[in-house]
Design a protein. Sequence first.
Length: 103
Amino acid sequence: MGPHLVGEYSAVMLHKMKPSVSPANVSTALDSLSQIRVVPSNAAVIRRAVEAHATCGIHFYDGLLVASAEQAGCTHIYSEDLSHGQRYFGVEVVNPFLKAGVL
């Protein structure tokens, strides 16, 4: 998981969830995520994010999510912004809200 993934998770919990999740609960969730391996954003990850933007038509920051997941060897990423079932560089998007019946 990259630092931007943790930031994205926090932003969604604080701003996109209805009702929003309290900062205290987000902090508790972040504590539980602290054991997950962090993938640093280096030049290769950023270059791959630019490639994702150019070839897949996704936003650069979504490209960072995809590139970090690819570098970490992930097979899936969870996102409500990207298309459920879409594959980017071998990484499949799963919308957890669709699976939970939220949307």
